[in-house]
Write a protein that binds this ligand. Structure first.
Ligand SMILES: [Zn+2]
Ligand SMILES: [Zn+2]
Length: 320
């Protein structure tokens, strides 16, 4: 399996500003002083060793993750603004004539997780089939998608889209076989509920768990999420807040922190933790700083199996 992040930001898309681009350029040029950068290769090598917050960006699209399998269909978690780029990349690669099946796993219907759908070009093409799986009722999910694409907020009515679009209600705790993947869902603590998904294939597991608030006082072996995350190869986890935020002003807003992420991942013996759903207030430098702190915190644990910690960015690919 291959995980590809199309949208890593939480709450609202957060594109880079003019000022951010200028400040990255300035930092890179300052770092380049006195170096021999006469060839394209030398420049590429120089860019590659810059801090990611200078040479790259964590990105601005809201939640959308692709899981590539060889099952013949496309698998997506959430359809935030990142799904627009996924759809465009697909059309650029195959053209509109190739008809495809898409399986979307919807954590919940908050805006940042569905807002890309009106701009998902394959939904306009007859012959494509899109199945939106989720644990909210099929009619409730459908209703939200219809409302999102209704007058006067959007010019194209959801019901007039060319693709065949179906809503499939899944039951939490039950294993479903979908496109060669075993998929299980869990209910999460979030306003109006959200659901996490565990995908397993050929002994490898990926957990997508965003928009979920965990409190420190429930972190014991019997906490259901420890079992749900157990031994996952990759855990994609909502670490939107700093710990201070989570236990003070933003308590009960439905998100978690980087520290809780590490605690839970270590309890469940997860192999790789990917922090996700980044706070839109955080710039690239801040996300990089939080990543550094989280890695140091994860190293304190004395267990022989070291937890790999990374931060999602738009364009990140992880082979599982
Ligand atoms: Zn969200
Ligand atoms: Zn939410």
């Amino acid at each position: 399996m291959l995980i590809r992040f199309w949208g890593s930001r939480g709450s609202i898309p957060s594109p880079l500003s003019y000022r951010s681009v200028r400040s990255k350029l300035r930092e890179a040029l300052l770092a380049a002083r006195g170096r021999q950068l006469e060839t394209a290769e030398a420049i590429d090598a120089f860019i590659a060793q810059l801090p990611f917050s200078v040479g790259g960006t964590y990105g601005g699209n809201s939640s959308c993750v692709e899981i590539e399998t060889d099952g013949g269909e496309y698998v997506l978690c959430d359809v935030g603004s990142g799904v627009r780029e996924f759809g465009n990349a697909l059309l650029a690669k195959h053209g509109p004539a190739k008809k495809s099946h898409f399986n979307v796993f919807l954590s919940h219907t908050h805006w940042d997780h569905i807002m890309g759908f009106p701009f998902f070009t394959p939904s306009y093409i007859p012959g494509n089939v899109i199945r939106i799986h989720g644990c909210h009722s099929a009619s409730a999910m459908r209703d939200v998608f219809i409302r999102q694409q209704s007058n006067p907020c959007f010019p194209v009515d959801f019901r007039s889209l060319g693709a065949t679009i179906e809503f499939v209600e899944l039951e939490p705790g039950r294993t479903n076989e979908i496109d060669g993947l075993s998929v299980k869902a869990i209910r999460q603590n979030h306003p109006s509920d959200s659901y996490g998904f565990r995908f397993t294939r050929d002994g490898k597991s990926i957990v997508y768990s965003t928009d979920s608030e965990h409190k420190f006082d429930v972190l014991t072996e019997s906490y259901p999420f420890v079992e749900f995350f157990r031994g996952a190869d990759v855990l994609i986890f909502d670490a939107q807040y700093s710990l201070a935020d989570q236990i003070s002003v933003k308590e009960d807003w439905g998100h978690s922190s980087n520290m809780i992420a590490v605690e839970l991942a270590q309890l469940a013996r997860v192999k790789q933790l990917v922090m996700y759903h980044h706070e839109p207030m955080f710039d690239d430098k801040m996300i990089e700083k939080v990543l550094g702190e989280t890695r140091r915190y994860a190293e304190i644990d004395g267990s022989p199996q070291k937890l790999i910690v990374s931060s999602a960015y738009d364009g990140l690919e992880i082979a599982v």
